[in-house]
Design a protein around this ligand. Structure first.
Ligand code: SF4
Length: 429
């Protein structure tokens, strides 16, 4: 059987697209492999949001050259945000890459790969490690972004928003469930915009209702939300639909209105605070995650303090914090001077990390000696791992095979990042 290997870097959209490509390869008769060396088909799914991510993708691409030289039958493909309208340049720089395709595209060359590749499949006869289909799968529901936040390269690389039709998504979700997925996360750069470009204008809440009826599916999640577009109806859907997990990912980026304006985020701190209040009112157990950028151009100490105070007040479950770095081609890189010194950015970043570590410690400590239900995704370093409905990572040790099962765990140890416990019982899906 021919083998494929997908290397992914970047956001959940990339992860989702890699899952989707993986399913497609499997339908074509391929089997997943952990290492690139064993594969007949290698796909790199790249990211350019940060220069470091772009550098890593380019480094990985270069490392594939000797593999291709040693095995001309190997197929190498590049996708993700590195593939823009610059295909000619990429072809010149990486002549050993067979295919380039834009994020979200299903390449035409995929049709018929099975026959071609089976001819060239490896014949080493050795047992090779393969990957299982995911218990928790990602499903891209909307591509691109119309927002043009001033620091972000995504709209330039991924283009305008394009929603996928409900029927196509439901069909794909059923396939994922058939292949072992019990949990599906609907992803998009801005899932709140879902459907506005489709004829019958379905909303994300409609999609969640459809998915909630899929037999065999135990849990549903969605990300990423934009605070300006999130609706009350969506929050109500989370509160009322039994499979939709109590988890929200709502990036705030800054706690200062002037900085939000420079970021072109189109909401105020006051509006954001109302939104979080509404979520907590409707879904009292909701876990809420956010993103923050520190050291944005012209951010003063007082403006940074506004962000710090907002995070201390709203007490998120998770905060992803990044120090601002200009990305060529964005509005901020063109128009705003990157004037906060690197050392100051690092200081601000460390302050937020420390604050959030303390908050997450306290939030997670409340689960000590409580029983939580988790969906077991697999094993890591000799332990089973899974997540609660609120997205908390839980580890436990047991000799049974719990992959794909919903189990009850009594929590015996907590940390800011994960929980550990003992299995109590298996629950039914
Ligand atoms: S909403 Fe803003 S930050 Fe998110 S992808 Fe779109 S432009 Fe980028």
């Amino acid at each position: 059987m021919p083998k494929y290997h997908i290397w992914t870097i970047g956001c959940q959209m990339n992860k989702a697209e890699s899952d989707r490509l993986g399913s497609l390869f499997e339908q074509q008769g391929y089997q997943a492999t952990v290492t690139a060396e064993e594969a007949d088909l290698i796909v790199l799914n790249s990211c350019v949001v940060r220069q470091s991510a772009e550098n890593r993708a380019v480094g990985k691409l270069r490392a594939l050259k000797p593999l291709k030289q040693a095995n001309p039958n190997l197929t190498v493909a590049l996708t993700g945000c590195l593939v823009d309208s610059n295909e000619a340049q990429l072809r010149k720089a990486f002549p050993y890459v067979d295919h380039f395709f834009k994020p979200g595209e299903i390449p035409r060359w995929l049709q018929g790969t099975q026959t071609t590749r089976q001819t060239h499949s490896t014949s080493s006869g050795q047992a090779q490690e393969t990957q299982d289909s995911p218990v928790s799968a990602y499903l891209p529901i909307i591509q691109g972004c119309d927002n043009f936040c001033s620091y972000c390269i995504v709209p330039y690389r991924r283009g305008r928003e394009r929603s996928r039709p409900v029927a196509e998504l439901v069909q794909e979700a059923r396939e994922l469930v058939k292949h072992g997925a019990s949990e599906i996360t609907l992803v998009g750069q801005n899932v709140d915009s879902y459907g506005h470009d489709l004829a019958d204008k379905p909303e994300l809440a409609d999609l969640l209702e459809e998915f909630n009826g899929i037999e065999g599916l135990a849990r549903l999640r969605f990300l990423t939300n934009h605070p300006k577009d999130m609706t009350e109806r969506l929050i109500e859907a989370v509160a009322s639909l039994d499979k939709v997990c109590e988890q929200f990912y709502v990036p705030v980026q800054s706690g200062d209105n002037d900085i939000l304006k420079l970021m072109r985020r189109d909401y105020t701190v006051e509006r954001y605070r109302q939104l979080i209040d509404e979520i907590r009112h409707q879904v009292p157990d909701a876990a809420i995650s956010t993103d923050v950028i520190v050291g944005f151009p012209s951010e003063t100490e007082a403006q940074f303090q506004h962000t710090y105070d907002l995070l201390a007040e709203l007490r998120f479950d998770t905060v992803h914090v990044a120090a601002y770095s200009p990305r060529a081609g964005t509005i901020a890189a063109r128009e705003l001077e990157d004037d906060v010194p690197a050392a100051e950015k690092s200081r601000r970043l460390a302050l937020i990390e420390k604050l959030q570590t303390d908050i997450a410690s306290e939030i997670n400590a409340r689960l000590l000696r409580k029983t939580v239900e988790i969906l077991v995704e697999g094993r890591k370093k000799g332990k089973w791992q899974g997540r609660t409905r609120s997205g908390k990572l839980v580890f436990f040790s047991d000799s049974g095979n719990w992959r794909g099962q919903l189990v009850k765990i009594r929590i015996e140890k907590t940390s800011p990042w994960s929980l550990q416990g003992k299995i109590i019982e298996e629950t039914t899906k």
